[in-house]
Design a protein around this ligand. Structure first.
Ligand code: AP5
Ligand code: ZN
Length: 215
């Protein structure tokens, strides 16, 4: 099964990806997580990507496309994978179509998660993440321990540097301009399912499970 999770920053793609990967036994590929790891380990790609990520701009298509092509060629993707944060431009979507065609694979479904911008700003500015295991928390909706320690791996939680109000607003602008056109792109391919991302995590997951369970 090959699935794409599409949605603005903060709609819950990372949160839901974790659940989907577990339930449907597929590999979760988050371009944001891969890039943050490249930045942390100061690779060439990380050095190039950093300045875009800090401003909430998109990392150039050619870097992302190469990164995804490498990632999906690994053996753990043989049984399918779930893409969180890719594709994000029409150029990336077209390259991905060609990539999977060359591998004789098929994109099964694109799930678009929709949440209003006010709610997104609240979700992102109150998000805290674990820099070690990637666990995602929220000061109100999924509160961490009072000492701000990850209850999975014991690391100190942090706020992502792109989760300030100003950068979130820019990320939303970038989404509207570059990524929203993908809704139409996949609608035309007959691959799109749209759901509301409102309600608690379990409620949203039930909507997603229903779509994937019917495949
Ligand atoms: P990336 O890491 O992909 O960020 P994003 O798309 O902006 O998405 P987020 O991770 O911010 O949000 P999410 O939807 O995963 O929400 P989450 O589950 O955490 O990308 C970062 C940067 O990398 C980009 O800006 C760009 O520079 C670069 N990049 C990445 N991919 C790229 C690409 N393909 N091309 C070019 N550049 C690329 O949830 C958010 C919060 O809400 C959490 O606190 C969570 O606990 C809470 N929450 C989740 N669900 C619910 C719910 N149902 N109710 C209440 N609260 C909830
Ligand atoms: Zn952790």
């Amino acid at each position: 099964m090959i699935v794409v999770l599409l949605g603005a920053p903060g709609v819950g793609k990372g949160t839901q990806s974790e659940n989907i990967a577990k339930k449907f036994s597929i590999v979760q590929i988050s371009t944001g997580d891969i890039l943050r790891n490249e930045v942390k380990t100061q690779t060439d790609l990380g050095e190039k990507a950093k300045k875009y990520m800090e401003k909430g701009e998109l990392v150039p298509d050619e870097l992302i496309i190469k990164m995804i092509e490498n990632r999906i060629s690994k053996t753990d993707c043989a049984n399918g994978f779930l893409l969180d944060g890719f594709p994000r431009t029409i150029e990336q979507a077209k390259s991905f179509d060609k990539m999977i065609e060359r591998k004789s694979l098929n994109l099964d479904r694109v799930i678009y998660i929709d949440v209003a911008n006010d709610e997104i700003v609240e979700r992102l500015t109150l998000r805290r993440v674990c820099p070690t295991c990637g666990a995602i928390y929220h000061l109100k909706n999924k509160p961490p321990r009072q000492d701000m320690i990850c209850d999975i791996c014991g690391s100190k939680l942090v706020q992502r540097s792109d989760d300030t109000k100003e950068t979130v607003e820019n990320r939303l602008k970038v989404f509207k301009e570059h990524t929203k056109p993908l809704i139409d792109y996949y609608e035309k391919q007959g691959k799109l399912s749209s759901i509301s991302g409102l309600g608690n995590v379990d409620e949203v997951f039930t909507r997603i499970s229903k779509i994937l369970g019917d495949l």
